[in-house]
Design a protein around this ligand. Structure first.
Ligand SMILES: NC(=O)c1ccc[n+]([C@@H]2O[C@H](COP(=O)([O-])OP(=O)(O)OC[C@H]3O[C@@H](n4cnc5c(N)ncnc54)[C@H](O)[C@@H]3O)[C@@H](O)[C@H]2O)c1
Length: 420
């Protein structure tokens, strides 16, 4: 696997899932390549009067099942290959959840921390000016991703409305509430993972009061810690980019969220029986459930054998390398895979798009109930497939998604149809 680029690694998942299905050749031919990647050099005026340019992309990977959907990230190391890989993952994630979407993704190669707020606004608007013809409520619907947030989405939706000459809130999800955002979007990713764990607790062999370690304490990590603790589970360890803390008796997520707001969870060390821990030791903490909620590739060949948990909930995208995946499979540790476990975010984004198109906004209980139904339905289907075919849940999730993509591609007619 070493030396292989991330897009080729992603395609290996496709080839692997294809082995379990009787697919028409059209399906792989269609899913092997992104349908459309647009590259633009954005040019903005900086606060000091100078002009500066930034490379930007938008990829629509596959739109057989509907308009493409996926976030826009602002990151100094963004590349076209990364954008296309993320768009591939979104294609599968939307199919896993049976959302009427294909997969897309966008990025700007920029370190947003080096920009002023006005420069950030200009860059966000420039992105939409450049890609207005590519995106659209029926074509390609962006959302927030790494280093973009609801305010950025608000600027982008506003710019799109100016270009179209009318408001079009359904063009972008993850907007502020006041601009057509959905209730329940802020904790949707963690809540989806939480519903999944709650539904599968017994099947996963987890105790009703499980000990949980959370790696990464941003949006996903904070909300999952809060939701699991409210259900009686014990958060025994938490890490962020500056370090980790550990307490076998449990850490109160509310005090951890306060500490993080002021800097880092490491500030909790020394209080209420909480001790400091090296970040890299979080995975080795004695616990039942490990929740990677930080970055990709955090669990790898070098630390996967140290994991003590019996189950892993992948809230982050791609937190396990393929080598780590193989180690956990050999060790009998169950992994709830990212394309299912963190799909609550895109599912509530879909709800936001539906509400924008209806012009009717749902109460929070409706959002939660529909999210719970979707997570339990797809969780059950993937669990069943894994048991019936003897697959890991990750492989089963890819097979499940690929079967849906295949039936959409095949519905346009296969070779057999055209040659008989
Ligand atoms: N927020 C969502 O709706 C959403 C949806 C789907 C997937 N995800 C995925 O979840 C992951 C986290 O996203 P987020 O929105 O919570 O991001 P975030 O930026 O809010 O939080 C990331 C956290 O990771 C921590 N971190 C960084 N380096 C670390 C390290 N070496 N060790 C431990 N912690 C470290 C940071 O301190 C921060 O607390 C990402 O992989 C993201 O793609 C998020």
């Amino acid at each position: 696997m070493q030396g292989m680029n991330i897009f080729d690694q992603a395609l290996m998942r496709l080839d692997d899932a294809a082995k379990y299905l009787d697919l028409d050749a059209d399906v792989l031919e269609k899913l092997k390549y992104p349908r459309e990647t647009t590259k633009v050099r954005l040019m903005i005026r900086m606060d000091d009067g100078s002009r500066k340019s930034f490379m930007a992309w938008r990829c629509r990977y596959d739109d057989t099942r509907g308009p493409t959907k996926g976030g826009i990230r602002f990151h100094p190391e963004a590349t076209a290959e990364e954008v296309e890989t993320l768009a591939f993952w979104m294609t599968f994630k939307c199919a896993v959840m049976d959302l009427p979407y294909g997969g897309g993704k966008g990025a700007v190669r920029v370190d947003p921390r080096t920009l002023s707020k006005t420069e950030l606004e200009r860059l966000s608007r420039a992105y939409i000016q450049a890609f207005a013809k590519v995106i659209g409520p029926n074509r390609d619907i962006p959302a927030p991703d790494v280093y973009t947030n609801s305010m950025v989405m608000g600027w982008m939706a506003d710019e799109y409305a100016s270009i179209q000459g009318e408001p079009a809130p359904a063009v972008i999800t993850g907007k502020p509430m006041a601009l057509g955002g959905s209730l329940g979007r802020d904790d949707a990713t963690a809540r989806g993972g939480y519903y999944l764990v709650r539904h599968l607790t017994r099947r996963l062999g987890l105790p009703t009061q499980a000990r949980v370690a959370v790696q990464g304490f941003g949006n996903a990590g904070q909300h999952i810690a809060r939701l699991l603790a409210e259900d009686g589970h014990r958060i025994v360890a938490i890490s962020d980019s500056r370090g980790a803390v550990h307490c076998p008796d449990g850490i109160d997520p509310r005090s951890a969220i306060r500490a993080k707001r002021e800097g880092s969870v490491t500030a909790l060390a020394g209080s209420a029986g909480i001790s400091a821990l090296a970040s890299e030791d979080l995975v080795a903490v004695d616990c039942d459930l490990l929740v990677p909620a930080a970055l990709e590739d955090m669990i790898h060949e070098g630390n996967a054998s140290r994991i003590k948990a019996s189950a892993v909930l992948e809230l982050a995208n791609g937190p396990l390398t393929p080598e780590a995946d193989a180690i956990l499979e050999r060790r009998g540790i169950t992994v709830l895979p990212d394309i299912l476990a963190n799909a609550g975010g895109v599912t509530v984004s879909y709800f936001e798009w539906v509400q924008n198109r209806q012009g009717y906004y749902w109460p929070i209980d409706d959002v939660h109930a529909r999210l719970q139904t979707a997570m339990e339905r797809e969780g059950d289907a993937i669990w069943r497939l894994a048991r019936e075919r003897g697959l890991t849940l990750r492989r089963a999730a890819y097979v499940h998604a690929l079967a849906r993509l295949a039936s959409a591609i095949e519905a346009h007619g296969t070779q057999q149809f055209f040659t008989s």
